[in-house]
Design a protein. Sequence first.
Length: 231
Amino acid sequence: VMHQVKGEIRFNNVSFTYPDTGIQALKNVSFTARPGEMVAIIGRTGSGKSTIANLIMRMYDVTDGDIAIDGVTLPTLELNTYRSQVGFVPQEVFLFSDTIARNIAFSADKMDLPAVEQAAKDASVYQNIVEFDKGFDTMIGERGITLSGGQKQRVSIARAIFKQPQILILDDCLSAVDTKTEEEILNNMGSIMNNKTSIIIAHRISTIKNADQILVLDHGTIAERGTHESL
Ligand code: ATP
């Protein structure tokens, strides 16, 4: 089914066990993220945060319960059409041995340099890039320069922003960025993702203080939920 995503994500009593290990990562998780909202997910290592991101990306199907996007269950949506509308920045940044511009414009058929530059500005990495001799044509990876951990994370965020997604998922990808830059990126995201849905998995409280909802995961269940003020 072709589907123009608006961005409501609903987890309805979702349980999930990884098929290969038999580890139950989520138990009866329910929440709704509406378009325009930023939902933050926190919790100890191994509590199931990345699993929520993996399930929204439909890397696996849920074991029990369901996930609906705008009221349509995920397995009903055409996967590529759906994924083309979701920006996902995984915990392990993945960059190609290619130019910075092509790494950011990964989702496009044609190079659109102004859009690439804007995405780089929004991800607070533009200044770093233009300081390289070849700017956006700088090669990275095996055949080029090595970016710092924080630069890699921001290039990866720029790639997701470049897609202009209806849903943006950041899985703990601001860890190597200082708090001032983090604040800058989150502010930019606030305006880019206005009317769109953001899911932010984080460790630092500073990352999530402006979230509309905070979900605290513990051993695969939502132990607490609320806002920064209420928790
Ligand atoms: P972290 O903060 O360390 O990233 P997390 O809260 O994101 O942790 P998950 O990565 O969702 O936690 O892991 C939840 C549980 O599922 C853990 O017990 C983990 O070992 C297990 N798990 C995670 N990914 C897989 C996988 N691909 N295959 C099998 N088990 C997995």
